[in-house]
Design a protein around this ligand. Structure first.
Ligand code: HEC
Length: 108
């Protein structure tokens, strides 16, 4: 079966497909992270899609993927003034924040 697919598609395309699926897989990392579901999903949506409920308005989190690691680390640690986004510096461990940052960075 694999040989047949390889003959039809060529190795390069298989690699491309594998990369594509790899990238899609990583999209789910953030929303599969229990920390995200517990601490963030309430405002950012269970699929990081953003939310507009009463006082809470958030844009889809993939829009934040373009921000640098440092910016994201700062936002998650310190929050954004005058918004409902509060800092999680004292509430998350030293590993949890960088994990969230790298999971946001790979959102598409
Ligand atoms: C009480 C609601 C609330 C919770 C809980 C919350 N956020 Fe936010 N967050 C906001 C709001 C409001 C904004 C500003 C609007 C926006 O950028 O979507 C924001 C903005 C952000 C941004 C910047 C988005 C951008 O596009 O610039 C990031 C990154 C972020 N939050 C990550 C998180 C993470 C990670 C958690 C969980 C540890 C979390 N937030 C928990 C409400 C919340």
């Amino acid at each position: 079966m694999y040989d047949y697919v390889r003959m039809r598609l060529g190795t390069k395309k298989i690699l491309l497909l594998a990369m594509l699926f790899g990238a899609l897989g990583s999209c789910a990392e953030l929303v599969a992270n229990p920390t995200y579901q517990k601490k963030c999903a309430g405002c950012h949506g269970p699929n990081a899609e953003g939310k507009a409920v009463l006082m809470i308005k958030t844009t889809p989190l993939n829009q934040a993927a373009a921000k640098s690691d440092a910016e994201l680390t700062y936002i998650i640690g310190n929050g954004i003034p005058k918004t409902k986004m509060k800092g999680f510096g004292g509430k998350l461990s030293a590993e949890q924040i960088p994990n969230l940052v790298s999971e946001i960075k790979v959102l598409k």
